[in-house]
Ligand binder design. Structure first.
Ligand code: B1M
Length: 210
């Protein structure tokens, strides 16, 4: 079995310590950080997602797999984030109200920081009001919102409305992303940018600031 398959298998079993060790071993063997992320950790998590959907695994198993994923990402972070230096703009980032998924959001943060953006991470379950208040207080250039549930992505429209009501719509670009979110949804709610993955989110934020 290849080391990336092994990482995927161990992640599915929630073996955080072993995942950490194997991620480090893969790095030491010269495997690219992006390959470890995409072909090891992400594959493992998407298999867990499929099993979750079919009721073959339940929330506790998914939580320990998520813990193993976060442990692997922590080892990769310095490598994924390495890149341009110097603050190029400020982003207020969070997972929308009612939504507790944060692995994708955390990856977006790593990639954005790697591109030299300053990221204010508001965490999970963030209300539209909080996004807008923080964007104002922090003088942010971009509000970046993540949602993983079809039931919570609708909160993104409230963020666009709240930003308009607060009079900051001309100053702040609104980016949306997360598995159920699409470009057409982005357009339909009047947000500015959709990004399908964390690396594209960082590129789109930089492009919006140019
Ligand atoms: Co949840 N969950 N979950 N879950 N969970 C999903 C999302 C689900 C698809 C599983 C399934 O049924 N197959 C399903 C959603 C169905 C739907 O709405 N369409 C689901 C469900 C139903 C639920 C609960 C309702 C289950 C329950 O309690 N009955 C519950 C809801 C809790 C809540 O939020 N209120 C729940 C709970 C959980 C856990 C807490 C157990 C755990 C989260 C732990 C954590 O995040 N710390 C969890 C997990 C881990 C998942 C799956 C298995 C994995 C998600 C993940 O981290 N993926 C997920 C199934 C799946 O995705 N295959 C599932 C890896 C991550 C890197 O990908 O977040 O998509 P992702 O990020 C990607 C892109 O989407 C993008 O970049 C990343 C890649 O580079 N991206 C952005 C993300 N944010 C972005 C923002 C951007 C741009 C790009 O710009 C701002």
């Amino acid at each position: 079995m290849s080391i990336l398959n092994e990482i995927s298998e161990l992640l599915q079993k929630g073996k955080a310590k072993e995942v950490t060790e194997l991620v480090q071993k893969a790095i030491d063997q010269g495997t690219a950080a992006k390959a470890i992320l995409n072909e090891g950790l992400m594959i493992g998590m998407s298999i867990i997602g499929e099993k979750f959907k079919k009721n073959e695994v339940y929330v506790p198993e998914v939580l320990i797999a998520a813990r193993a994923m976060n442990a692997g990402i922590a080892i990769l972070k310095p490598l994924l984030g390495e890149g341009e230096m110097g603050a190029k703009g400020k982003v207020v980032l969070g997972t929308v109200k009612g939504d507790l998924h944060d692995i994708g959001k955390n990856l977006v943060k790593i990639m954005m920081e790697g591109k030299g953006l300053q990221v204010v991470d508001l965490g999970i379950d963030v209300s539209a009001e909080k996004f807008v208040t923080e964007a104002k207080n922090q003088n942010a250039d971009v509000i970046a919102c993540s949602a993983l549930l079809t039931t919570t992505m609708t909160e993104m429209e409230n963020i666009v409305k709240a930003a308009t009501e607060a009079g900051i719509r001309g100053k702040v670009k609104i980016m949306v992303g997360g598995a159920p979110v699409t470009d057409s949804y982005c357009k339909s709610i009047g947000a500015d940018m959709y990004a399908p993955d964390a690396a594209s989110a960082a590129d789109a934020a930089i492009a919006a600031l140019a």
